[in-house]
Unconditional design. Structure first.
Lengths: 387, 320
């Protein structure tokens, strides 16, 4: 009876529920889900002796025996707090402890920074956590890798600061962190006692590694996310402005800015070998420039797929991975490139080489591949997604 | 890159970046500016849609009449409704078609904002595939996420933006709302008036502030456009409508009292039989000032009724 009397009201309620459903579906289909708002991570591989360490997609630190491919200890979750909810667009990502930076091994500890803003030091032999920084609360997301040198752990953070911690205790080493003008996603590099780091504020900073004071700064025309490469007292760095820069490591003066303009960002770290700079670009090309002048040695080589993964030098070859998972070998003598293999999975993580073997951590179909750098034969591969 | 990305997302994304560059690297202002630009481009369609909606509302009394008349014959009702639309020179789809054309543009704008806010590193990397080779695009990225008190990439924790989004939506809804004599219909309209702003305010608490800023700007612009189409509409006429309905109810009560049979001798004794001449001038159901037998005042019983305090909930509800 009531239903018959209030047919119109019921209709309106149903209409309202329909609108809510459409709004929620719209948010899900058109803006949020499937657009990567859930962070995944792209940790590279660290190798010491027969042990291999990497951050898996689920935010776990994985330790493997290279010869047997067995776990050295159970995967360690770095999660310290539950991700928040929301309608799919909410930055639940802010608390997800996924790993973007490659773990670093020094002494008997593995150091790793997580996206939830924590730095962890874990025993490489037992997997037991030694310390975590900060103990209470979280920093902003850590996307770049860590640098461990002279008993200190250096890293940049999305809060725009560069931190230095005591490697044994995790206590802050500087009076206050070094403040830049925007997010720091670049992994720091060190030369003697000078730390070099790029920031989204378009600047490359040289910082005194002992006390965290600025020595100089150099401003590019675009943001800097790549890791600086130091070679012959020169800092080489790529920028979002589609140019490579060579900056004097002593005083921060510009040596050259690449005359050739790339088609997109320089995201990865360049490599220098025999006075030649090799830099992969998001436009899918590898730029080969003279280290002294910045002139093109040969025309850029097109891999036809963006390069997000930092290349690695093996003997006299540069091994480069494109986003679609094709692995190439660039001979530095002839500047000829050949495809070594294809892992057929998205590759964003930096490559790692040890004893003539290249290790590739793939992202969408998460796996770990060991590849012979000379022959391109895949020696073994391991699926990490089901672990 | 698929066709949709190529024709919709990529242009919008790059325009947003360029606007951000020219507006002092302020992405919040860029969102507002592009929302205004898109609204201006879509203005002819918006006007058409609003006019169609208004025409449809104007037809509502006639449609209601038809519904009453052909309550038992659905087919006839449909035929008559179609004839009415035809005679009025309007199509029921008149307000839907412009909306359907606008919808993809709004979705593109929405997606572009989400992409540029690049909440995760993966999102940020994905952005590199959408960039035009304009130098300013590369020098502007990443766009700044600070705007007023907001971090555009995360939900506003202060609730202020949610209040603004809900408020702007409420005003917009209120302006387009028409008064309805049917109390049931009126209460349903009230429910709609409040529910949508509340829902969007709640969603605002969970989505990046940049998106909520886009919603709020869109609502404010719709309010302005609506103002030029139909004035303040339901916002200012609400008070006038209340007054009119109060008078109407009051007149109905007078009529009820006048038509009610007189009770007992006491009341009969009060009645003075009017002369035939007076009878001619009488108009039962009209307001008291025409009643010569009571010297322009209200009937005694009505005065008593009027003086009664408004206690009943039902009465209060009706007066709203």
């Amino acid at each position: 009876m009531w239903i018959r009397q209030n047919k119109l009201l019921l209709g309106k309620i149903l209409l309202l529920l329909g609108i809510i459903f459409v709004v929620m579906s719209g948010l899900t289909a058109f803006g949020c889900v499937g657009r990567g708002t859930t962070p995944i991570g792209w940790s590279g591989v660290a190798i010491v002796d027969d042990a291999l360490f990497l951050g898996s997609k689920g935010g776990k630190l994985v330790a493997l025996d290279i010869s047997t491919h067995n776990r050295l200890w159970p995967d360690i979750s770095l999660e310290t707090s539950k991700p928040s909810g929301g309608f799919g667009c909410a930055p639940s990502s802010a608390t997800a402890a996924v790993i973007y930076g490659t773990p670093v091994v020094a002494g008997d500890l593995v150091y790793v920074g997580s996206y939830d803003g924590k730095v962890h030091a874990i025993s490489s032999s037992t997997g037991v956590k030694r310390w975590v920084h900060p103990l209470e609360g979280n920093l902003k997301p850590i996307v770049g890798g860590l640098l461990v040198s002279q008993g200190k752990v250096y890293f940049g953070c999305s809060d725009g600061k560069v931190y230095a911690l005591h490697a044994d205790t995790g206590d802050p080493e500087w009076e206050s962190p070094f403040q830049t003008g925007d997010k720091v996603w670049s992994t720091p590099a060190i030369d003697d006692d000078t730390l070099f780091v790029g920031s989204f504020d378009k600047k490359l900073y040289a910082i005194d590694a002992k006390d965290g004071r600025k020595r100089w700064e150099f401003e590019a025309e675009g943001a800097i996310a790549s890791t600086p490469f130091i070679y012959n007292n020169t800092v080489y760095i790529g920028s979002f402005d589609k140019h490579l820069y060579a900056v004097n490591a002593t005083d921060g003066s510009l040596k050259w800015r690449s005359r050739v303009e790339a088609g997109n960002w320089f995201w990865t770290s360049p490599i220098a070998y025999n006075d030649v700079i090799y830099a992969g670009c998001v436009d899918g090309k590898v730029y080969i420039l003279d280290a002294e002048s910045g002139h093109e040695v040969v025309s850029a080589i097109d891999l036809e797929s963006p390069i997000y993964s930092s290349p690695v030098l093996v003997d006299n070859s540069i091994i480069i991975a494109s986003e679609e998972g094709k692995i190439h070998s660039l001979n530095t003598d002839s500047n000829q490139i050949r495809q070594l293999a294809s892992v057929e999975a998205d590759t964003y993580a930096p490559l790692m080489a040890s004893d003539g073997v290249v290790y590739i951590h793939t992202q969408n179909k998460e796996g770990l591949y060991a590849l012979n750098a000379q022959t391109g034969v895949i020696l073994w591969n391991l699926s990490l997604s089901s672990e | 890159m698929n066709f949709w990305d190529l024709i919709a997302i990529q242009p919008m994304t790059n325009i947003l970046i360029a606007l951000s560059h020219y507006l002092s690297d302020n992405f919040g202002l860029a969102i507002i500016a592009l929302t205004i630009i898109v609204n201006l481009c879509l203005l002819p369609l918006t006007l058409k849609q609003l006019r169609s909606s208004k025409a449809m509302q104007d037809l509502q009394p006639k449609i209601a009449e038809l519904q009453k008349k052909y309550a038992k014959d659905k087919q006839k009702l449909a035929e008559e409704q179609m004839r009415l639309y035809k005679e009025s020179g309007m199509s029921p789809a008149g307000c839907l078609i412009p909306m359907l054309i606008q919808l993809p543009i709004w979705i593109a704008l929405y997606q572009s904002i989400i992409r540029l806010l690049a909440i995760t590193p993966e999102d940020f990397l994905g952005l590199s595939k959408y960039l035009y080779p304009w130098p300013i695009v590369y020098s502007t990225l990443p766009v700044g996420s600070k705007f007023l008190w907001l971090n555009l990439a995360v939900p506003d924790q202060t609730f202020l933006l949610a209040v603004f989004v809900g408020g702007a939506m409420w005003v917009q809804q209120k302006m387009v709302m028409t008064s309805n004599a049917d109390p049931k219909q009126q209460s349903q309209n009230q429910m709609m008036l409040w529910m949508m702003p509340i829902i969007f305010a709640m969603i605002t608490l969970s989505v990046p502030s940049g998106l909520a800023l886009f919603w709020m700007t869109s609502s404010v612009l719709r309010v302005i456009i609506q103002y030029f189409i139909s004035g303040w509409g339901g916002l200012v006429s609400a008070r006038a409508t209340k007054q009119v309905s109060r008078d109407k109810r009051y007149k109905e009560r007078i009529a009820q009292v006048e038509e009610a049979p007189l009770e007992g001798d006491v009341l009969s004794a009060d009645i003075v039989e009017p002369s035939p001449a007076q009878k001619e001038g009488m108009s039962y159901g009209e307001s008291g000032d025409k009643r010569q037998d009571r010297r322009g005042s209200y009937p005694t019983r009505l005065r008593t009724t009027r003086a009664q305090p408004r206690r009943s909930k039902g009465h209060r509800h009706k007066r709203r």
